[in-house]
Design a protein around this ligand. Structure first.
Ligand code: PLP
Length: 496
């Protein structure tokens, strides 16, 4: 099949999946989608009992048709190997009458590893030609925490690529900072900037738009800039795999038969994690319901309830920082498919969001969306209570992001016989102080002391990649001003 990708806002570009991954965002500001999604279905029964890697090859082969079998083999092999603490990669565990899917057993203990371990492999295969002459990619990211480390770990020492991560000085947790500044690899760069996350993010966007710099980098060292954020189609498609994995594990346990429907409850920020579940449904997975779980930044809850998306609202810094988002970018892809590919509509909605700060969808479209998507949210007290309740009820420790989902799960009426799977997006050891407080532990001292007390109280073990940070050597200590970021990128690119 000759599948092409185009923008959610129009058809002026027609790209292969390889080109779409390379480019990231469409020229008109839209996100890349294909109208072939769902034309080829995945044989769900055929996946049962297979290792995760086999499922990944099968699903990715459908979603990225212009990658050859051997290329996908190599990518999957590099991404889902011994760097994962769990051989099943994403393990399904019982949680009372429900189930929990652990997405955090990768090298940085956050679910973003599922996508960011394999995206660099895709990216490295988007240029042709001999390694000495072909163009190289410098990936740029501003991070408020999780994405930076997961991207660093994924791109470290990946041929033909480099990565530069900027984080706001003093605005990330001690563990998150150490995770980044101790990153090994010859092609990685980490730098603190004086300012907040928005300042850093805005500066990175400006650098992407700087034509002068782009020309200098190309002429100087044949380097082009790219981004690893969650609108890239290469970050979305790997996440579709774990929905199939969860389903196959339910069949293996005898909890369901192939064909039975399953509900997923998904901690969501940028709508990537849950959109992957919608893609899985389009590929033939029997998904009964997808429930969006938000934190106090509940813009998606309001949208799915009233059909009005309004980003003009207060921004709250919560204990689940990776879900603190006002503009949920991947929602645009869901709206595209739900409106049967109405690019005109999507363009006008996104124009409204840009110009008026909000958009409204029709009653009919909202009704159709609500038949599949349900929603809920948790405030800060409810997050803390959910961590406590989940421990008391199941002797299972969850992090604050997963806790938003647990709260929603507990609130929702259970539908007859439909099994429910809560997606767990981070290790509780990434947030030992918040989790320790919820469990009434002593939270004085360093994050590492909090980890040790959490470990002792719950009989669980802190992942080495986190506990070992206490004595790891810090490689990156630069702190620069916002104005110096462009020069930093140029210097880093020259070393590539
Ligand atoms: C990124 C992230 C989320 C939200 O995922 P989206 O793809 O933005 O919906 C949830 N939890 C954790 C721990 C994350 O890092």
């Amino acid at each position: 099949m000759n599948t092409t990708f185009h923008s959610t806002r129009g058809y002026s570009e027609e790209l292969s999946s390889r080109q779409a991954i390379r480019q990231g965002l469409a020229g008109d500001g839209g996100l890349f989608v294909t109208d072939d999604l769902g034309k080829q279905q995945v044989d769900v029964a055929g996946l049962v009992g297979k290792p995760y890697q086999d499922m990944a090859r099968t699903v990715l082969d459908v979603l990225l048709p212009d990658f050859s079998d051997s290329e996908l083999d190599e990518c999957v092999h590099a991404a889902y190997g011994s760097q994962w603490l769990d051989r099943a990669i994403t393990s399904l565990k019982p949680l009372g009458d429900d189930y929990i899917l652990e997405l955090f057993n990768g090298p940085t203990s956050a679910f973003k590893d599922v996508a960011l371990q394999i995206l660099p492999q895709f990216m490295a295969r988007t240029t042709s030609g001999a390694p000495e002459t072909s163009e190289r990619v410098m990936v740029l990211t501003a991070t408020s925490g999780d994405t930076g480390k997961a991207a660093l770990a994924g791109f470290a020492d990946t041929c033909g690529t480099g990565i530069t991560v900027f984080y706001p000085e003093g605005k990330v947790s001690e563990i998150q900072r150490l995770q980044m500044t101790t990153q090994t690899g010859s092609n990685v760069n980490v730098c603190a900037v004086k300012g907040n996350f928005d300042d850093a993010q805005t500066a990175v966007k400006r650098i992407f738009g700087d034509k002068d710099l782009a020309e200098k980098l190309e002429a100087g060292n044949n380097v082009s800039l790219s981004s690893a954020n969650s609108i890239n189609v290469g970050r979305l498609v790997p996440q579709v795999v774990y929905y199939f994995s969860a389903y196959a594990q339910l069949v293996e346990r005898g909890a369901i038969k192939v064909g039975d429907e399953v509900e997923f409850v998904v901690p969501t920020g940028n709508f990537g994690d849950i959109l992957a579940g919608y893609y899985a449904k389009k590929l033939g997975l029997p998904v009964g319901k997808l429930t969006v779980a938000s934190d106090r930044n509940n813009v998606l809850f309001d949208f799915l309830t009233a059909g009005i998306y309004n980003r003009e609202r207060p921004f709250y810094e919560t204990t689940s920082p990776s879900m603190d988002i006002l503009v949920s970018s991947n929602l645009e892809r869901m709206l595209y498919y739900m409106s049967n590919g109405d690019t005109e509509l999507i363009r006008s909605l996104m124009d409204d969001l840009q110009n008026k700060g909000s958009f409204t969808i029709s009653e009919a479209l909202l009704k159709q969306i609500r038949e599949l998507f349900s929603c809920g949210w948790a405030d800060e007290d409810q997050v803390s209570q959910a961590i406590t309740d989940c421990w008391n009820a199941n002797h299972y420790v969850i992090d604050p992001h997963t806790a938003c989902g647990y709260h929603v799960l507990e609130q929702e009426p259970r539908e007859k016989a439909m099994p429910r799977v809560l997606l767990s997006t981070a290790s509780p050891y990434k947030f030992p102080r918040v989790v320790g407080k919820a469990l009434d532990l002593d939270t004085t001292g360093t994050d590492f002391e909090c980890m040790d007390r959490l470990s002792e109280a719950t009989g669980t073990t802190a992942p080495k990649n986190l506990r070992g940070l206490e004595h790891a050597a810090e490689r990156f200590t630069d702190v620069i001003s916002i104005d110096e970021m462009s020069d930093y990128v140029r210097d880093a690119s020259q070393r590539l």
